[in-house]
Design a protein around this ligand. Structure first.
Ligand code: KG4
Ligand code: ZN
Length: 325
């Protein structure tokens, strides 16, 4: 069964065709990030205009690359929330209009849940439930307990900034550009993670997160010390190490508390190679299996929307069926 996915929650315009919630036939992503860079962050008005301009073409490409005709699609899944309102509206309107034209249902999908679902796409990642899910993106940092694809319970989340947001803000402080994650990861390679003592603030609940204190600590540090090349590398490495350690520690703690041996990590920060290595090393020692999406699927994309949409569509059909009897 083919599902068309549509994702327009932030600066990306993405469409994908996925079969049976697993097989990605196409995943097209058009980003407007280059138009936001000079402002040092996302400008909602620009994101929304670019999405309006490109969505038809992106959908066209997704059908073409998949080798699937519009008439072969069973349903359209779209990102309903959370996200920038104007941007979301572009995807919602496009999905509804196409659904009407084709006479097929549209399925609203939660962006956060779809980030975790990215771990379950493709053949290699078979998952055993229950498991713990960590979402680390530019807008969110949360831990969930998953009984199955559609049954998620929140265990904890950030009390202030999201982890990706902290990477973006630290990059801004160091004048490294936007988005911060990839550039900090790159600069950190030349630095010493033990050079400066940064750490994330404690939270009242052990599975919550806090990243605003460490960002401020970086700001104060840079105000006191001249920004030489070598020092910037050390700041990047030390900040990155502290931010990633919190993610690893709290996620593994959640696995211990919930007695699960599987952890699924999704969202933009999950593309970070050092994070993947830290998880691999620490989790293996405790007999926990960590699932990551392929790197392009960590960022916003529509394949994860179509994948999760498949399960929601099946559930809605089953319920409708049960209702009819
Ligand atoms: O999931 P995503 O594409 O969008 C949201 O839903 O927020 O995540 C984007 C975020 C940005 O904050 C970016 O700085 C961060 O993910 N990011 C990274 C890396 N690549 C992207 N953070 C750390 N290391 C990376 N390699
Ligand atoms: Zn996202």
């Amino acid at each position: 069964m083919h599902i068309l996915g549509i994702e327009t929650s932030c600066d990306e315009t993405a469409c994908a065709v996925v079969s049976d919630g697993k097989l990605i036939r196409s995943s097209v992503v058009s980003s407007s990030v280059a138009f936001h860079r000079k402002y040092g962050g996302i400008v909602p008005e620009i994101a929304f205009r670019k999405q309006l301009e490109t969505i038809s073409e992106v959908a066209e490409c997704a059908f073409h690359e998949a080798g699937v005709r519009r008439g072969d699609i069973a349903a359209i899944a779209f990102t309903e929330k959370p996200g920038l309102l104007g941007s979301l509206l572009v995807g919602i309107s496009f999905a509804r209009a196409l659904g009407l034209a084709l006479g097929i249902p549209v399925v609203p999908v939660d962006h956060l849940y779809s980030h975790i679902y990215a771990c379950f796409l493709g053949k290699k990642n078979t998952v055993r439930f229950p498991c713990v899910g960590l979402i680390v993106s530019g807008g969110h940092t949360s831990l969930y307990y998953l009984k199955d694809y559609l049954d998620l319970k929140l265990l904890g989340s950030t009390q202030d900034d999201a982890c990706g947001e902290a990477f973006d803000k630290v990059a801004k402080i160091l004048q490294l550009g936007y988005p911060g994650g990839p550039v900090i990861e790159k600069r950190a390679r030349a630095g010493d993670p033990r050079a400066i003592r940064f750490s994330c603030s404690n939270t009242k609940a052990p599975l919550d997160f806090s990243f605003s204190g460490i960002k401020t600590a970086v700001l104060y540090y840079t105000q006191k010390h001249p920004a030489e090349r070598r020092r910037i590398a050390d700041i990047c490495a030390s900040f990155q190490d502290a931010a990633l350690n919190t993610l690893v520690d709290k996620s593994l703690l959640a696995c211990t508390i919930k007695k699960t041996d599987t952890l699924a990590v999704g969202g933009g920060v999950a593309a970070n190679t050092v994070l993947r290595e830290k998880f691999e090393e620490q989790a293996r020692r405790r007999g926990i299996r960590v699932l990551f999406p392929d790197k392009p699927l960590c960022m916003d994309n529509a394949a994860m929307v179509a994948g999760l949409g498949y399960h929601l569509y099946k559930l809605a059909r089953k319920r409708g069926h049960d209702h009819a009897h």
